[in-house]
Design a protein around this ligand. Sequence first.
Ligand code: TEU
Ligand code: CA
Length: 555
Amino acid sequence: MENKKTKWWQKAVIYQIYPRSFYDSNADGIGDLQGIIKKLPYLQELGIDAIWLSPVFRSPQDDNGYDISDYQDIDPIFGNLQDMDELIAEAKKRGIRIIMDLVLNHSSDEHPWFLEAKKSKDNPYHDYYVWRDGIEGSEAFPGSEASPGGYPNDLKSAFCGPAWEWVPECGQYYLHQFSVKQPDLNWENPKLRKAIYDMINWWIDRGVGGFRLDVIDLIGKDTDNCVMAEGPMLHPYIREMSSAAFQRADLVTVGEAWSATPERAFLYSNPDGSELSMVFQFEHMLLDQQPGKEKWDLAPLPFVEFKKVFTKWQQSLYQKGWNSLFLDNHDLPRAVSHFGNDEKYRVESAKMLATMIHGMQGTPYIYQGEELGMTNVRFDIEEYRDIELLNMYKERMEKGYEEQEIMRSIYTKGRDNARTPMQWDESPNAGFTAGTPWIRCNPNYTVINAQEALVDQDSVFHYYQKLIALRKQEAVLIEGWYEPVMEEDTDIFAYTRENGTDKLLVLCNFKEQPQTRTLAEEWKNGEVLISNYPDSCADGKLRPYEAMMIKVRKG
Ligand code: TEU
Ligand code: CA
């Protein structure tokens, strides 16, 4: 097999920062760029190679920055362009690259393009967005006096309600797949595309290390046929953007693609570099919900299926593409609460999940606080801030759902689980701010915090540090073939990785109950590279949530 040169991002571990919840340097209750700069030594100690920064561009913050009103400026709540340059430079000194989060499917309704676009149908910017006339006889737009006709079609917004909003000024509806304040951009317009590529190049010239591309699978949409994800023009647009911008530098690019399948991921992450480095796919995240329903409609995790999804992705992309490895982000519940045990075995299960992810092929992502084993929260409804969650609460209350059931969905899947402030120490507000935090802290910060983790050699933090270091040492982690072991086992997640010289066994007990399994002879004298109990060995006995990586040399 041809051995192409390994790219820097194939050996990298990327850390995601949700800036408003990371560290507040000026006591206004919101995390900011200077706060991140202050915490760079912490990240360097962890050993990460790059930071993916959730959006810090100028924004009305309707969806916490995923509604951008100026792509070439920093929102004042986070700082200014000088702070951004300083962050890039300071991070670089520590060997850390900065990845910006580009939201290109939609802008804010306060973006100058949209302010122009809505003035009239003949405005030069009108065609930067997706407009349609009302349809006679279809469901009427509520409260409209001008009789615009009903909604153009029945597309729904991801944040509840119709995906169309009427603008009396120009007499048309605009498309918004997310909130009303996030109008969809019209990628069919070459002028818009050119403006976007110029903007990306401006950031490349400022020295950023790459980009995460928000809901990139939606940009090639065919609105009239209601084909939103993976539309006919998606890959042509990505290829155009890649050659007009990304390919100018040695960047990492990762597209968020909820609709990705391995077959499509070959295109996105083609090793020829014509599109992106990799995509975030979510197949493993969509299993514990009722089929055909929403994420709020909970179902137990089908564990064997969960493992098979990983196997499929690991094997299909081998030497044909590249995987992103993650169990949480700013839209998902906390990994240890979701897949582990956030009470009695919090530390063991957080380390077990880390082992399972970091043993695979791909680029691992750590979401802020995951390295501390931070957990989900249970707040009163007034204490939540997320637009998605609040809209859902309102809609389901109106539809007559039991409040208790709605709250259970929020505790389990709500995005604010991941957005509570980073827990730095046991001082008030977790040491996150000297002011009033924009969202309440998880009350468990008195026990779960970075200060505590840094002094404890057995902490989740130090376990991640070891895993990151292992990735730099063991080539088999980067290039080895993935083969599932005990595929039908309902308690254990196990697989091997193998290259020309080494073979690795990753063994993870996903349960509180101890397990005994018979391991193949070849592992008996293997070296335990890492494990979450002090005295793990390859005897096939696994204690609650025990996990280990065992290595043998071949031949
Ligand atoms: O998320 C994409 C997306 O589809 C989300 O609405 C997702 O379905 C939901 O969060 C799952 O709970 C991206 C960003 O990551 C998210 O933060 C933004 O709100 C969204 O795009 C709109 O930009
Ligand atoms: Ca601040």
